[in-house]
Design a binder for this molecule. Sequence first.
Ligand SMILES: NC(=O)c1ccc[n+]([C@@H]2O[C@H](COP(=O)([O-])OP(=O)(O)OC[C@H]3O[C@@H](n4cnc5c(N)ncnc54)[C@H](O)[C@@H]3O)[C@@H](O)[C@H]2O)c1
Length: 254
Amino acid sequence: MAELAGKVALITGAGSGIGRGIARVLAREGADLVLTDLDEGNVRGAAAELSATAMKHDVTSWESCRQVVADTLEAKGRIDVLVNNAGVSKSVPFHELDEAEWDRVNDVNLKGVFLTTRAVVPHMMERRSGRIISISSMVGKEAIPYFVHYCASKFGVIGLTQGLAKELAEYDITVNAVCPGVVRTPLWEPLLDQLSENKGISREEAWNEFIEGIPLRRPQEPEDIGEVVAFLASDRARNMTGQGVNVTGGMQMH
Ligand SMILES: NC(=O)c1ccc[n+]([C@@H]2O[C@H](COP(=O)([O-])OP(=O)(O)OC[C@H]3O[C@@H](n4cnc5c(N)ncnc54)[C@H](O)[C@@H]3O)[C@@H](O)[C@H]2O)c1
């Protein structure tokens, strides 16, 4: 089954972790992939593994988003699926959170979704078709302490998803979010350092604390997120829009 054969999919933050897992599943389903990332070396590696096209992309820059979309349209002629996956995180107690750190996280996680989507949408409107899928988080539905700026950015992604889903429905463009729970990617390594420092426990204790809170008692894999993205990108999900689909092993249920 190659459910996405003939579809062009652009995935941001695809050089690492979840983005790379999403790329693997979409490649398996036959999608023609454009993988973008701020880290050019990583995204070139991912693209080589999957016979995909790699592009350097800073989602916080309008000029970079505009250029990536223009280059993709020139190379492929169309964009059927946009996956907004690029993201950053950091654990900071609120009383130590400064403006620069607030802006850094919100610029990538929320403004980056806005800018990339804004660059792609006119093309999808013209074609009266498209799938926009953004990676939020379970903490985009129920916040946790020490990550207030990150949670706010991920709640923002859900709000953007819902509003845009209503606005673009008349063009038959669906807009959804996927909310992962706990996926051990490079994102987690500095987080575990910070959590262990903030809480006065070891890194593995901090990790196990998260795993113990998962009803299925295991973390999710990057490909678990990719499977849901592939479904949302497929014709089978044609009547789903404005949703935030949890992939959390039961940790988040609404
Ligand atoms: N890992 C988890 O447990 C988890 C849980 C919920 C949500 N998420 C979300 O999933 C997404 C992927 O996270 P991950 O865990 O794979 O992290 P990761 O650090 O492995 O990958 C993130 C990628 O985004 C890229 N990136 C960062 N800033 C960028 C920018 N300005 N422009 C373009 N690319 C940029 C990085 O270079 C990196 O390749 C993020 O949005 C994250 O918030 C992760």
